[in-house]
Write a protein that binds this ligand. Structure first.
Ligand SMILES: Cc1cc2nc3c(=O)[nH]c(=O)nc-3n(C[C@H](O)[C@H](O)[C@H](O)COP(=O)(O)O)c2cc1C
Length: 356
């Protein structure tokens, strides 16, 4: 049996295989609501055979959106549309996860196809916030440094969002602490120059993330998986690095986080990233080896043999795929055939299309 198609139990949830739909912003919401696009986009990847389908970054507050068109989960009215999606995903043999996020200083920009520019307040944008008054680069907004009261409010927003996620039928929550968004901004000594208990030392910079996890855990059941996505390095001198990530992973494991979804980059605009096939996998491998926590590998993973070998060599426990699943939502069914996994179930409606 291929490892890719062997089930994995995390807390009380069993994923039928190790393929995860990596979170992917769709910039297709109005006022944060999920709509037919999200239903078809996420639903077809469940039909395509992924074991776990995670939504795009869902904003925990309106100011936490990257663009005005982001998905959100900051009000109870958002629950119903998401419920329809999670029910369909589950009915098609996959589990449903949601990524909870706040974009911080990288917020209030338009999607790439609308120009990827700062959206001013008159055009529906908003004042961006961050740990310190340092913009991502000179095309992004100048963040207002969060007060301690505002930090507590955002921590609470994550908790409320997790509570709504449960009501919406998700069985996995992933906290987005990567890619230069708000939590990552706090982690990094390059974007966090605070002098209070949220800045300075490693312990202070991780405090915001730990407080979020602590609050989320008051509403998210012990029986359901909690993932955290991090940027294991920011590829910049003096920035957050692999040693920091391993140190953090030890702590996250000890407070009940189940898996580190191991990405990199996104916080430093001048970083030089050596992009190549599987270029982030060694970070998942080292975090797993050093701490024993489950890891997810992500980034330029595109073939069945490549991802099977990542699992077989013990570098990661789950494989997160983004662009390959945009090209081919049925990649998991194709990969099963390529790996000789004939017993993988196809949707009955599609059985006549099965590879023989
Ligand atoms: C269209 C698109 C949207 C994305 N949106 C998110 C997101 O909402 N949250 C996130 O953590 N990563 C996001 N990513 C990054 C992916 O989850 C993934 O980490 C990255 O694309 C590398 O994987 P890949 O080589 O399989 O595409 C996005 C990527 C793409 C292509």
């Amino acid at each position: 049996m291929s490892l890719l198609f062997s089930p994995i139990k995390i807390k009380d949830i069993v994923l039928k295989n190790r393929i995860v739909v990596s979170p992917m912003c769709q910039y297709s919401s109005f006022d944060g609501f999920a709509n037919d696009w999200h239903f078809v986009h996420l639903g077809s990847r469940a039909v395509g055979g992924a074991g776990l389908v995670i939504t795009e970054a869902a904003a925990v507050s309106p100011e936490g959106r990257i663009s005005p068109d982001d998905l959100g989960i900051w009000k109870d009215e958002h629950i119903e549309g998401l419920q329809k999606i999670t029910a369909f995903i589950k009915a098609n043999g996959a589990e449903a996860g949601i990524q909870l996020a706040h974009a911080g200083r990288k917020a209030s920009v338009s999607s790439q196809w609308k120009g990827g520019k700062l959206v001013s307040e008159v055009d529906g944008g908003w004042q961006v916030v961050g740990p310190s008054e340092i913009p991502f680069n000179d095309t992004y907004g100048l963040p207002k440094a969060l007060t301690k009261v505002e930090i507590k409010t955002i921590v609470n927003d994550f908790k409320l969002a997790a509570e709504r996620s449960l009501k919406a039928g998700f069985s996995v929550v992933e906290i987005h602490a990567a890619h230069g968004y708000l939590i990552h901004q706090f982690l990094s000594p390059l974007s966090n120059l605070r002098t209070d208990e949220y800045g300075g030392s490693f312990e202070n910079r991780i405090r915001f993330l730990l407080e979020i996890i602590e609050e989320v855990k008051t509403v998210w059941p012990e029986t359901l998986p909690l993932f955290v996505r991090i940027s294991a390095t920011e590829w910049a001198e003096g920035g957050w690095n692999e040693d920091d990530s391993i140190k953090l992973a030890h702590i996250l494991k000890s407070i009940g986080v189940d898996l580190i979804d191991t990405s990199t980059g996104g916080n430093i605009h001048y970083a030089k990233i050596p992009v190549a096939p599987a270029y982030q996998v060694s970070y998942a491998q080292n975090i797993k080896k050093e701490t024993g926590i489950l890891t997810g590998a992500v980034g330029l993973l595109t073939t069945s043999t490549q991802i099977e070998s990542i699992l077989v060599t013990g570098q990661a426990d789950l494989i997160f795929l983004a662009r390959e699943l945009l090209r081919d939502p049925y990649f998991p069914l194709r990969a099963a055939a390529e790996l000789g996994q004939k017993d993988v179930q196809w949707p009955v409606q599609y059985e006549r299309g099965k590879f023989r």
